[in-house]
Design a protein around this ligand. Structure first.
Ligand SMILES: [Zn+2]
Length: 214
């Protein structure tokens, strides 16, 4: 494994990357209490996407952590969670969006939110806003009481907490530094990430397939 440089996602923005099978993605909350919505599509066929419903169904739990698998809508493993220093994430709520800010937060002109930022990051891959599914909301702290009432609480993540995900297929991945006040204890902070590539040179350059077999 060769680690690439840590990249910072600015507050209230999104970023897309590509992973090969076996690559590891480390998503880091550098300052604490900051959510990152993450979604993924199969590189070979973007009709296959990261599925909240399948992942929760197969895990038989809605709180996923180290050792759990995140599945696609076609029931194929997309990620394995290798490390999780926070232990509390959400996989049930949709990404914050322009309309959500107008409906729930009373903003006159809603900001793009994670939905818009994921869509912008994925636009070069031909994936538009109507295809953004329920994301894996890393560090998001959502509770459900016995009556079914949902609450969004400040994240439990502390500075430096991280989640390490191994790609189980070639993926396009998009992630954000979330724009919703309630999800982030009302301060908008960055998110950091790092990719640890399988089959890379020591300095982190990708090895072309032809060179890799020499
Ligand atoms: Zn958000």
């Amino acid at each position: 494994m060769a680690a690439q440089e840590t990249v910072r996602i600015a507050p209230c923005s999104g970023h897309a990357i590509e992973l090969d099978t076996g690559d590891e993605l480390v998503v880091i909350d550098p300052m604490g209490q900051q959510v990152s919505d993450l979604t993924a599509f199969a590189r070979d066929d973007t009709r296959e996407y990261l599925s909240s419903g399948r992942s929760i169904d197969y895990a038989s739990r809605y709180l996923l952590t180290t050792g759990d698998t995140l599945y696609s809508n076609r029931s194929t493993p997309m990620f394995t969670i290798l490390e999780d220093t926070c232990g509390r994430h959400d996989f049930t709520l949709t990404p914050c969006s322009k309309t959500m800010f107008e409906k729930l937060y009373g903003e006159k002109q809603g900001r793009p939110g994670c939905e818009g930022n994921l869509a912008s990051a994925l636009a070069p891959y031909g994936i538009d806003v109507d295809r953004i599914p329920v994301a894996f909301n890393i560090f998001m702290h959502v509770t459900f009481d016995a009556d079914g009432k949902v609450a969004v609480l400040p994240p439990l993540s502390r500075p430096g907490d991280h989640v390490r995900l191994r790609a189980e297929m070639p993926l396009i991945v998009a992630m954000t530094a979330c724009s919703a006040g309630q999800s982030n204890n009302f301060s908008y902070k960055p998110i950091d990430f790092r990719i640890e590539r399988r089959g890379t040179r020591p300095h982190g350059d990708r090895v072309p397939a032809a060179a890799a077999s020499v």
